[in-house]
Design a protein around this ligand. Structure first.
Ligand code: N01
Length: 537
């Protein structure tokens, strides 16, 4: 067809996963690759989330690529938890170092993908009117990239400024002397709150659900630790990819209630001193995320810490969670201390929900708050959201929107039956872990699958429906044995009105996933079908 460009692989997205997929497919497999990103630069999440205070809350030794030791050695991070600017600079360095930009079209959103059963190729359309065909499609669209933008009535009347943390402007937003309102107290909210409070004339925090929060214990990078990692690099990478969370710390095998109360207290104290929410949850004891008693012991400790920090009793009451600790663990230095500032007021919007945005600010059921700036830190239509924003059609004219209507269904969080040769980086039912090293692992798996198809002249690979059902079943069995399904959050879809509330993850840990899913490569991909004969299977 005239004007249609044929390539071997189309990659969507240029975050951690998309950049690595481009490099792997183009430079290691020697395929022709075209990448697209709707942003004007690389970075994915780190391109968009420019809000003040944005930084990784994974320690940087695990928040980077681990597949190339030279890259790891040559890039010098400055802090234990790098800021957004530094991570974006790193990803730009990666794009330059591997000469990736020549294969990327920026400012271009992929709007439509359709599998042509006659040709066995994907047909891809973009917002700029480009048309491509590709044998393979790799979607690195982001777990947390489709914004959750609450639909408060009256927003158009507001005369001040409104921002969403995940769509923050490129230019600096100066809130000096302004009355600021932040809606949301998740990872984004806690970070932006701490950062904006000193500059604002007054900061109102509109909190719906209180959160547990552990200090990050942020500081400069420990050069000796980084050197130790470099010296034992292969073993370190292996340890990250065989752990539960892939956060780069040693996880505990000890159940919380198996030790004495004194010992437990000492372990919690040490975990608090070391900092980091995931570290606290997974390195203090083995079962805080699964055993209600272990969870209660942890929350009892965290509540006592909060009570030591927050001075005003009413503020402390509103800030103190009454629920399990089973949202995505937060960490942030100075979060609870911020509520001791005279210019910070906590507003309980669970007790008195937000009714509307007015010309002057935010009106809740019981008061109106006059503001100059409103910040939505309201999160994301996570995990499945971005895939469903693209009009995608697989075999038999079935759309992804139809297939995933009740819930997203995948195999290994990387493929979905009926959509041959379409791969998802960190798609639904993938592992619940720190992401960058797992992105690399998954892309390596995809590369092995693609190589298998090409070497054996098979045309296509796709999961069999029965095998996908099995994967879904085992994901559910594991997830519903955890506490993460018992508390409302983006982890189970309950943060977005109208979204299926269900399991979205493989919660068995990266180590188990590595063994189970990695085995498929050497065993010839059992449970997957190849070639056009699968048309109606
Ligand atoms: O989003 P969230 P996030 N009215 O969904 C509230 C990663 N991340 O952007 O709990 C009032 O966690 C909502 O309240 P509730 C990380 O994986 C990482 O903060 O639903 N409030 C909640 O308080 C993280 O977990 C980093 O009752 C409303 C908040 O908005 C994930 O992204 C930094 C509301 C949303 O919290 C998401 O984090 C940033 C409404 N209508 C993000 N709607 C780091 O590495 C929502 N809320 C540090």
């Amino acid at each position: 067809m005239p004007g249609v460009v044929d390539v071997d692989v189309v990659v969507i997205g240029t975050g951690f996963g998309g950049l690595y997929a481009l490099r792997k497919m183009r430079d290691e497999l020697g395929l022709t690759v075209q990448s697209f990103d709707d942003a004007d630069g690389v970075g994915g999440t780190w391109y968009w989330n420019r809000y003040p205070g944005a930084r990784s809350d994974t320690e940087v030794n695990a928040y980077c690529y681990l597949s190339d030791k030279t890259l790891f050695e040559e890039w010098k991070w400055s802090e234990r938890y790098p800021r957004q600017k530094e991570i974006l600079a790193y990803l730009n360095h990666v794009a330059d170092r591997y000469d990736l930009r020549r294969s990327i079209q920026f400012g271009t959103r992929v709007t439509k993908t359709a599998f042509n059963e006659e040709t066995g190729r994907w047909e891809i359309e973009t917002s700029k009117g480009d048309q491509y065909t590709a044998q393979f499609l790799i979607e690195g669209v982001g777990l947390l990239s489709s914004t959750n933008y609450p639909n408060f009535p009256g927003e158009e009347k507001f005369t001040g400024e409104i921002y969403h943390t995940a769509r923050w402007p490129h230019e600096d937003v100066d809130v000096t002397g302004k009355r600021v309102g932040v809606i949301g107290t998740g990872s984004s909210g806690t970070q932006v709150i701490v950062e904006l409070a000193p500059a604002a004339s007054h900061l109102h925090v509109f909190q719906r659900t209180p959160q547990y929060c552990v200090p990050a214990q942020h500081g400069p990078l420990d050069p000796e630790k980084m050197q130790r990692i470099i010296d034992g690099f292969a073993a370190y990478r292996e340890s990250v990819l065989t752990s539960i969370t892939s956060f780069g710390f040693e996880e505990s095998p000890v159940p919380a209630m198996s030790v004495s109360a004194e010992e437990r207290e000492a372990v919690f104290e040490e975990a608090w001193r070391q900092g980091n929410g995931f570290r606290f949850m997974f390195a203090a004891f083995s079962d805080i995320g699964v055993d209600p008693d272990a969870n209660a012991a942890a929350t009892d400790f965290l509540k006592r810490k909060m009570a030591q920090i927050v001075k005003d009793p009413e503020t402390l009451r509103i800030l103190t969670p009454t629920d399990l600790w089973a949202k995505r663990p937060l960490c942030n230095d100075g979060y609870f201390e911020t509520f001791n500032r005279d210019n910070v007021t906590l507003v309980d919007v669970k007790a008195h929900p937000i009714v509307e945005i007015t010309e002057k600010g935010i009106r809740t059921e019981d008061a109106e708050y006059e503001l100059d700036v409103i910040v939505y830190a309201t999160g994301f239509d996570a995990v499945s959201g971005m895939y469903l924003k693209i009009d995608q059609t697989g075999r038999g004219g079935v759309t992804l929107q139809q297939k995933w209507h009740d819930r997203p269904r995948t195999t290994y969080g990387m493929m979905t039956a009926g959509f041959p040769n379409m791969f998802m980086i960190y798609g639904p039912m993938g592992p619940f872990t720190n992401q960058p090293p797992v992105h690399e692992w998954q892309v390596d798996w995809m590369a092995a699958a693609i190589k298998y198809v090409l070497d054996n002249d098979l045309g296509t690979i796709e999961p069999e429906v029965a095998f996908e059902d099995q994967w879904m079943g085992s994901c559910d069995e594991i997830a519903y044995a955890t506490l993460f399904m018992k508390v409302n959050s983006w982890i189970n879809g309950s943060n977005v009105v109208g979204k299926p509330v269900t399991n979205y993850f493989y919660m068995g840990g990266m180590g188990a996933y590595n063994e189970l899913v990695g085995g498929a490569v050497t065993e010839g991909f059992p449970g997957f079908g190849f070639g056009k004969q699968l048309a109606t299977a």
